[in-house]
Design a protein around this ligand. Structure first.
Ligand code: PA5
Ligand code: NI
Length: 185
């Protein structure tokens, strides 16, 4: 059976906007991120319908040997003093790796291993990130505009959100004047 490749016909590399007739957009709102932000009171005071990020992609493949392609658009903002971020995940097949490629905006990629050690890489237009296997990954928007990053990952990788449910990431990224600061939790 022929495999429908999950690549768009073209991508605007400076915005991450993808062009494809069968594009799907998954919107993640504040109400979908219960327990992700430290300041729960500040989160509760915000509109639960606020869009935090959207992922554009084509219908996902799950065929062994294939690749998926998607783009994350993470809005700029803070909750309490913590910057907007994605939920973050390990892969279901934890050994599977992924590439992220920065398109626009400024942010951080948090990489946390199974022992809870965190490493941080700067994300910006043109940045490229190899997310090795066995690493949970999360994007954080530390800038004042939308952060967009393309991603390519093995179709069989899957997303495991459960593994981080208990303790999450050990570092949060907070606003500190015009800069950001990493805070150990
Ligand atoms: O495959 C990826 O790692 C990304 O496309 C993410 O799924 C995307 O950034 C959204 O993050 P999360 O899946 O943690 O909600
Ligand atoms: Ni991933």
């Amino acid at each position: 059976m022929p495999v429908a490749l999950s690549i768009p016909s073209s991508v605007n590399y400076s915005t991450g906007q993808i062009h494809a007739s069968n594009k799907q957009t998954k919107v993640t709102k504040l109400k979908d991120l219960q327990g992700v932000f430290c300041d729960t009171q500040a989160a509760d005071e915000m509109d639960a319908e606020t869009c935090i990020y959207q992922v554009e992609m084509l219908p996902a493949q799950s065929v062994e040997g294939e690749l998926n392609f998607g783009v994350t658009h993470l809005e700029a903002g803070i909750i309490g003093d913590e910057f907007y971020m994605t939920r973050g995940h390990f892969h279901q097949r934890i050994e599977q790796a992924e590439f992220y490629l920065g398109c626009q905006g400024e942010g951080l990629l948090l990489l946390q291993d199974e022992q809870g050690e965190v490493r941080v890489e700067k994300v910006f237009a043109g940045s490229i990130h190899h997310i090795g296997g066995y690493l949970a990954h999360r994007l954080v928007n530390t800038g004042s505009m939308r952060l967009s990053a393309m991603a390519v990952w093995p179709a069989v990788a899957g997303h495991n959100y459960e593994a981080l449910k208990q303790n999450g990431f050990n570092v949060s990224v907070v606003k500190d004047g015009d800069h950001y600061r990493l805070v150990e939790k």
